[in-house]
Design a protein around this ligand. Structure first.
Ligand code: NAD
Ligand SMILES: C[C@@H](CO)CCC[C@@H](C)[C@H]1CC[C@H]2[C@@H]3[C@H](O)C=C4C[C@@H](O)CC[C@]4(C)[C@H]3CC[C@]12C
Length: 369
């Protein structure tokens, strides 16, 4: 759809634009995409912050909609040059059924692809996840791997399964003819664990620490490395790849890219302490305070309680067999593919990313529920 005459007049659509990552993508586009004319923000739940956005000359169109409803997606996509599809059900805690996760993540993505094809939208960026690769159900470590590192990706949990299926749909759609005859150009970005302003799990862990008198208790060995990446850099990567997809379709189309920056390789808990330590929390224990078998027993107990209580209430604690396995399996990436293919350099240094996140955590001090 985009040709050189329209270069200053681009219409972008961000699905899931009011989520944790989506909001950063929306703000980043407004700051760093000078060719933008209209920005459509599509989400099941629209955030009040949209009203206060400094949009400059860009028209921001808020669209309350559901990716599982094909007609709503098609209406939102019609006339857009680029779609950044971040909407998804991120659930590893058993809040939603596997059918719902599949419907939103897989059918929703299929709807986005079909909408692009029907309406003639040529460029699609999909927010995938490190979890399409692993950790796998066997708990094999993925140590500083890249996009080409061989790894046995085997999933049982509905969330990684859905992300892997959706990513496959997006990559297979690359090259399909869209309305008007041009080829669809797609790619997928795979963030590791994202952190930063608005990160719900960081917020939950901070409140938990406050309730425990400013302490958190080590449960994961410090030697298990977990990949993390700052949300501002993930958002920047989306903006950049969307731009370059239009310039270098042959190179970028059908590709996957891990999202990375200079955030340090640490265990999940030690990394969180980089942020939560300066906010007044302390991690107790140099080694896990409970043996792994006991943690697994507690995780299984949580799963059983969730199942038993489901008719009465939703019991969805952080600890379950899947999250324990994830936190206990090394998964880190070391790659420069995004730099080589589309010139990505992190916009935020580690110090900056850390300080911004610390400032955000400090700002919620005293507001623990
Ligand atoms: N948070 C992470 O660590 C992480 C890591 C890797 C990949 N991802 C991926 O990044 C994307 C964004 O994740 P997030 O952490 O910002 O999650 P989030 O839950 O904060 O954002 C997801 C957004 O999608 C919207 N949404 C959900 N169902 C929808 C539907 N049916 N129709 C329209 N909108 C719907 C939600 O309302 C929400 O605003 C997801 O696709 C997720 O799989 C997240
Ligand atoms: C056992 C607990 C003791 O402190 C720690 C539990 C931590 C878990 C809740 C998190 C450990 C790893 C996280 C996941 C990871 O960062 C990557 C993800 C990919 C993304 O697509 C969605 C979020 C997540 C699954 C993330 C969720 C929380 C953890 C399982």
């Amino acid at each position: 759809m985009a040709d050189s005459a329209q270069a200053q007049e681009l219409v972008y659509l961000v699905t899931g634009g009011c989520g944790f990552l989506g909001e950063h993508v929306v703000r980043m586009l407004l700051q760093r995409e000078p060719r933008l004319r209209e920005l459509r923000v599509f989400d099941l739940h629209l955030g009040p912050w949209l009203e206060e956005l400094q949009t400059g000359p860009v028209q921001v169109t808020a669209i309350q909609g559901d990716v599982t409803q094909a007609h709503e997606v098609t209406a939102a996509v019609a006339g857009a040059h680029v779609v950044i599809h971040t909407a998804g059900l991120v659930d590893v805690f058993g809040r939603a059924s596997s059918e719902t996760i599949h419907e939103v993540n897989v059918q929703g993505t299929q709807n986005v692809i079909e909408a692009c094809v029907q309406t003639g939208t040529q460029f699609l960026v999909y927010t995938s996840s490190m979890e399409v690769v692993g950790p796998n159900i066997k708990g094999h470590p993925f140590y500083r791997g890249n996009e080409d590192t061989p790894y046995e990706a085997a999933h049982r949990h509905p969330y990684p399964r859905s992300k892997a299926l959706a990513e496959q749909l997006v990559l297979e759609a690359n090259g399909r003819k869209v309305h008007g005859g041009l080829p669809l150009v797609t790619c997928a970005l795979r963030p590791t664990g994202i952190y930063g302003e608005g990160h719900q799990i960081m917020r939950d862990i901070y409140y938990q620490g406050q309730r425990l008198g400013g302490r958190l208790f080590r449960a994961i060995p410090a030697s298990v490395e977990h990949g993390r990446v700052y949300v501002g850099n993930v958002a920047w990567m989306h903006v950049l790849v969307a731009r370059e997809l239009q310039q270098q379709a042959a190179l970028l189309g059908g590709q996957v890219y891990f999202c990375y920056d200079s955030s340090p390789y640490k265990s999940y808990e030690d990394f969180n302490m980089e942020i939560l330590g300066p906010c007044g929390l302390r991690l107790v224990g140099a080694r896990p305070l409970l043996p792994y078998w006991l943690l697994m027993f507690l995780a299984l107990l949580n799963a059983l309680l969730q199942w038993l209580l489901r008719p009465l209430l939703l019991y969805a604690p952080l600890l379950n067999p899947y999250t324990l396995a994830m936190a206990n399996t090394t998964f880190t990436v070391s790659t420069n593919k995004a730099q080589r293919h589309f010139g990505y350099e992190p916009l935020f240094s580690w110090e900056d990313s850390r300080n911004r996140t610390i400032r955000w955590v400090r700002a919620m001090d005293g507001s623990a529920p």
